[in-house]
Write a protein of this length. Sequence first.
Length: 145
Amino acid sequence: MTVSSLNPVVVASSAQLRSTPSNAHASMGGSFAGALASASTTKASENNAVLDAKQAPKGETTKDVKGHAYDDILTGSRNGMYLNTSGNKRHGQAFVLVKRDGKEFHVYGTGNDRLVVCLKPKAAAPEPTTPVTDTAPSGTTVAAP
């Protein structure tokens, strides 16, 4: 019984197979590692430029988050991130908000240029105390019958 495949494989002869010469990477402009390094550097600097932009990218809209010194980015290339509006040295920078174990972390940048800032939770306001007042005037004695 003969079995035939629905997708026949064409076997190439050794004359049809060609290998890339060992010096081909030099003619292509460098090694893979060099190309990877330049692509990684370019991408990282582009990302940091977007994250550290002092002026919002086109089409970006934000909404104030009540009780916090940051805005929620609703649209644009940084959608889902937050914008620092505290007035400190990170004012105007975009960050990712992470909440763990009751703490809030702001993560600025990526990779080796990443900065993680842990915020202390706000201390609960002490409950107001009412002064204790006596109902009987002080210094009085009651006569026994």
